[in-house]
Design a protein around this ligand. Structure first.
Ligand code: SF4
Length: 490
């Protein structure tokens, strides 16, 4: 195994567990289970009344060995105001849970930083920073949890689960990548990523429009990933009960290495109950249950299969009814998170992608900037390098016609201008003429510089302004599926 340094998020994550005694971890596990029941099981929720004895008895029916009365500020609407008063002495268990969650969120935020290869790959680092800025201004608060890992590997072709809410429209399962046949290719692909991007390659994970547990060799792939990247990736699965032995192997890896929280998508209340019967609260402390079932207090992104024709504003009645019957809140977000490479090991394809606002042209909520196929590990490295050279572009080509992103409305304001969508407003008190020409979508950089000279303005200032707008992700970029309006970048 390579002697790789432990990444910052992994160090922070391990610290969460190292600083707590087994009793403290046990308490968190049982709090977590109680909250899963309240949030995900309407029958349980209807029986949860703020009476200490009744709550203790109810919790015991689901194996929760805690005093749930002490958790009321976390879930009961009459006690929400008490959250401000929580201390280690007052509502102590709630306080300890909130502290723990704060540490988990800090680890998640560190993942965003860990995905930056910095000097190891400056062009990719700058490109990723621009995509992050664009995503944030396109999606507003819906972009908060997106940590932009730089790679996702699909170990199957399609997904066997077929969730009605699949935000990336996974296709039907057609087969998996075999470890016995593909080990050399797998190791070669991982090594190529590690060579080029260093520790940032360790932010990857092994699913996308696939379920990792559709692959019976999954744990073997994970062990090779751990050898080459120094950490295990996150596992998210919607079929944790299909082969409990395989699931237990994944849980054992978490127990032995504690790199990152895993996630199980819960598709029905019955599955939630069976999960609680099959695995103890302690076994699932390293697993976030993502409550997707009817009646759960959850949100769904307006993307992929959740997205009918039109915009979120004109969601049709039928869709709203369907969502309401499932107690689902639909948000204008995306479930896509990778800014970098999507690699399918069965089809041997690489795509360069980044999350975006789902639209009719991009219903699955991620841009595809380039796509290519490869034959073997050697070819993978060559194709990757070519894709980077051709598509990781960080300067505006002089002969490209510029345009602002099409979700940003342009408005001239005196000598300046503003760009606005429902999430952000960028107001600049200068460069109104220049911005107006960009907004028209009819001018190249060279033409804009020439117009500045004609108007006795300083072209260098104009070029700097264009460069800054580009870095801030305000200018449209060419993607594979979406030719840019007004012929920009042509
Ligand atoms: S949401 Fe995940 S598990 Fe469900 S169909 Fe899509 S890829 Fe498969």
């Amino acid at each position: 195994m390579l002697n790789l340094p432990v990444s910052q998020p992994t160090r922070m994550y391990r610290e969460i567990w190292r600083r707590r005694s087994p009793e403290q971890i046990r308490e968190l596990a049982h709090i977590k289970r109680f909250l899963e029941c309240v949030m995900g099981d309407t029958d349980f929720r209807s029986r949860a009344i703020p009476n200490r004895d009744a709550l203790i008895a109810l919790a015991q029916t689901r194996g929760c060995d805690i005093d749930p009365y002490d958790l009321l500020p976390l879930w009961h609407r009459d006690f929400i105001d008490e959250q401000a008063a929580m201390t280690s002495d007052r509502w102590g268990a709630s306080f300890r849970w909130r502290t723990y969650l704060g540490e988990i969120v800090a680890t998640r935020d560190a993942m965003l930083v860990a995905g930056d290869p910095g000097q190891k790959h400056r062009p990719f680092s700058d490109w990723r920073a621009r995509q992050i800025a664009r995503t944030r201004s396109e999606l507003g608060k819906n972009a908060v949890g997106i940590v932009h890992p730089i790679v996702a590997y699909e170990l199957s072709d399609g997904c066997s689960v077929g969730c009605w809410f699949c935000g990336i429209s996974a296709e039907k399962f057609r087969g998996h990548f075999s470890y016995d046949e593909g080990e050399a290719l797998w190791r070669g692909v991982l090594a190529a990523m590690q060579e080029r991007f260093g520790p940032a390659a360790g932010t990857g994970f092994c699913y996308w429009a696939t379920d990792p547990l559709d692959n019976p060799d999954y744990v073997r792939f994970l062990n090779a990933y751990r050898e080459i990247n120094g950490n295990y990736p996150q596992t998210t699965t919607a079929i944790p009960l299909r082969r409990p032995d395989l699931t237990r192997e994944v849980l054992a890896l978490w127990e032995s290495d504690r790199c990152v929280t895993n996630r199980f998508s819960v598709l029905s209340v019955n599955i939630l109950r069976r999960l609680h019967q099959t695995f103890t609260a302690e076994e699932l402390i390293g697993v976030e249950l993502v409550l997707q079932q009817s009646g759960a207090l959850s949100t769904k992104a307006f993307a992929g299969r959740v997205r009918p024709e039109g915009t979120i504003e004109d969601l049709n009645d039928q869709m709203m009814k369907k969502a309401r019957s499932r107690s689902t809140v639909i948000t204008e977000g995306t479930i896509a998170c990778v800014t970098g490479f999507l690699v399918n090991m069965v089809k041997r394809t690489i795509r360069l992608v980044s999350p975006c606002r789902p639209t009719e042209a991009v219903p699955d909520g991620y841009h595809v900037f380039a796509e290519a196929s490869f034959t073997d590990a050697h070819d993978y490295a060559a194709v990757l390098d070519r894709m980077i050279a051709e598509h990781i572009v960080n300067t505006v080509p002089a002969d490209a016609r510029l345009a602002f992103r099409d979700d940003l409305a342009f408005e001239r304001l005196g000598r300046g201008f503003q760009l606005r969508n429902k999430h952000v407003r960028v107001k600049i008190s200068r460069f109104g003429d220049l911005a107006e020409m960009i907004a028209s979508g009819d001018h190249t950089v060279d033409q804009l510089a020439a117009r500045c000279r004609e108007a006795n303005a300083e072209p260098l200032e104009a070029l700097l302004f264009i460069d800054q707008s580009y870095r801030a992700g305000l200018l449209a970029e060419r993607t594979r599926r979406l030719p840019i309006a007004a012929g920009a970048w042509s």
